[in-house]
Design a protein around this ligand. Structure first.
Ligand code: PLP
Length: 522
């Protein structure tokens, strides 16, 4: 097989075991092959041709560029095609079901986008005098009110810009509260083995040490192990716990866990990323939670497939509220204004970011909440759980559910059904790509061997769920029949099986003119 300059095959070859999926052009089934912009552009092309100005003298005072900048140039149609071709290589929630567990990839209603683009919201600037952006402050205040009501918590920090950032806000508030009580020596934070990676990372970032609690056989916190960790609790700062947890299960003992932690002198941080499964049904404040971030981009729908934008407001209990970060909004007789400085918030642990948070996301989240209403939000949680259980029920006969019984918003399978087939979790995931789906979350949570975590969300119809289940069921059947072609899947995607380890360990992040092939990860 020969390679063209962008590293794609230029002749039909069966060498990769999938001859029919290789074309001369590298293009496939109405999808055009496309190189990097540096490979297809050249420094002598621009979108606009202007004649070289005559008889003018440079006013750059001798700092005129002496060599080309090296930026690639494209004509307008080339530039448009470049980005459209790239966009077609991107999987999107607007294209199909996005089964990634733990991520809540659901439909983002266009109404939210419309509202966020209203000039009065979209064109405000964080440095405008506050008297000129009273409407924007009202949006933040009204959203804050909804979040406190939905969680039954008395305070909320709106500025954190992602779930992990919200965790940081909550844990910094806990640290500040401990120090204020003369308990700064409490450094141990308990976290279940199944917890999201951001939980131990946040605790460590705040100077805490992480003590892992094992899971019981039913996928929930092992209560005996937890109690054993609290026998000497003088150094316990708190617990970080997700509910529903990352196994897609509700922690039934959550109230007892909260009581045990409080009795031990610690605080209860709840990771609220899975709030979508309980919104409108359960109020975390009723469960004894002291701090919890809410991923607005997950539960209250903002497009976040490319890793952003995010927003992670953090609700706080009475005990932690004084330590909340600035800025926060104060109602005065002249309207709303930000409290920005220590002089007005002496106990605040400080500031999370330059301004007040993600305005565009606040607007989207409020539009989402208001258009659903309290009853609609409750239905979101119910349908999310129903859909996940539908998938669990349909695939149960072919795959191995990680735990017995019903799940919450995610269906979790282990790789037990792949025993002795030679096929692994990653092969199932790659097979899904050929079937037109982004893979589910693989090998997470770590407590389940070869985990496959599927979160369909409430916005999928039964027909879509069936389409997805049919595809996954066919792969599961192929796997149990030891269909070796799964080992080299995907066969139909622009890039075939990648060397994942090399791609992760030695990624080529910089294009250099000398090595123009894309072989890094292929
Ligand atoms: C997504 C997620 C986070 C982190 O949220 P980001 O917005 O990605 O920073 C934390 N915990 C859980 C359980 C999550 O699913």
């Amino acid at each position: 097989m020969t390679m063209n300059s962008t590293g794609r095959p230029t002749s039909i070859s069966a060498a990769d075991g999938a001859g029919t999926s290789v074309t001369v052009s590298g293009s496939k089934g109405l999808l055009q092959a496309e190189g990097l912009i540096f490979e297809i552009g050249s420094t002598d092309k621009t979108g606009v041709d202007l004649p070289r100005p005559k008889g003018t003298k440079s006013r750059l005072g001798g700092v005129t560029r002496s060599a080309p900048s090296g930026l690639p140039g494209l004509t307008e149609p080339e530039a448009v095609r470049h980005y459209v071709r790239l966009s077609q290589k991107n999987y999107a929630i607007d294209l199909g079901l996005f089964p990634l567990g733990s991520c809540t990839m659901k439909h983002n209603p266009r109404l939210n986008e419309k509202v966020a683009r209203l000039p009065g919201f979209a064109d405000v600037h964080p440095m405008q005098p506050q008297s000129t952006v009273q409407g924007a402050l009202e949006v933040i205040e009204e959203l804050a009110g909804w979040l406190m009501t939905l969680t039954n918590m008395p305070a909320v920090a709106m500025s954190p810009k992602a779930g992990a950032h919200g965790e940081l806000a909550g844990m910094l508030a806990i640290r500040a509260a401990l120090i204020a009580k003369g308990q700064g020596h409490r450094k141990r934070v308990l976290a279940p083995e199944s917890s999201h990676g951001t939980n131990p990372a946040t605790a460590a970032q705040c100077g805490f040490t992480v003590d892992e609690i094992p899971a019981a056989a039913d996928g929930r916190v092992d209560m005996d192990a937890l109690k054993a960790k609290l026998v000497d609790s003088s150094d316990v700062a708190g617990i970080m716990l997700t509910n529903p947890n990352t196994c897609g299960l509700f922690e039934r003992d959550i109230k007892e866990i909260a009581d045990l932690i409080h009795a031990a002198g610690g605080y209860f941080y709840c990771d609220g990323a899975n709030f979508n499964a309980i919104v409108g049904r359960v109020r975390p404040g009723d469960l004894g939670v002291d701090a919890m971030h809410i991923n607005l981009h997950k539960t209250f729908s903002t497009p976040h497939g490319g890793g952003g934008p995010g927003s992670g407001p953090t609700v706080l209990s009475e005990a932690l509220a004084p330590y909340a970060p600035v800025p926060f909004i104060l109602k005065t007789s002249e309207g709303l204004r930000f409290v920005e400085h220590h002089s007005e918030a002496p106990d605040s642990f400080g500031r999370m970011c330059a301004f007040h948070g993600q305005m565009g996301m606040f607007t989207r989240a409020l539009a989402y909440i208001l258009s659903h209403g309290a009853d609609g939000l409750k239905q979101v949680a119910e349908d999310a759980v129903l859909n996940a259980n539908y998938i669990l029920a349909r695939l149960k006969p072919l795959m191995s559910p990680a735990f017995a019984g019903y799940c919450m918003h995610e269906a979790l399978f282990s790789d037990a059904f792949l025993k002795d087939t030679g096929i692994e979790t990653i092969d199932i995931a790659k097979g899904l790509i050929d079937e037109g789906y982004h893979p589910m979350t693989m090998y997470f949570p770590l407590v389940v061997h070869g985990a496959m975590l599927i979160e369909p969300t409430e916005t999928e119809s039964k027909a879509e769920l069936d389409r997805f289940c049919d595809a996954l069921a066919s792969i599961a059947r192929r796997a149990t029949q030891k269909d070796g072609s799964l080992k080299t899947a995907p066969h139909l995607a622009p890039a075939k099986r990648l060397d994942e380890t090399r791609a992760a360990r030695s990624p080529r992040l910089k294009w250099t003119p000398e090595t123009t092939t894309l072989k890094a990860a292929e």
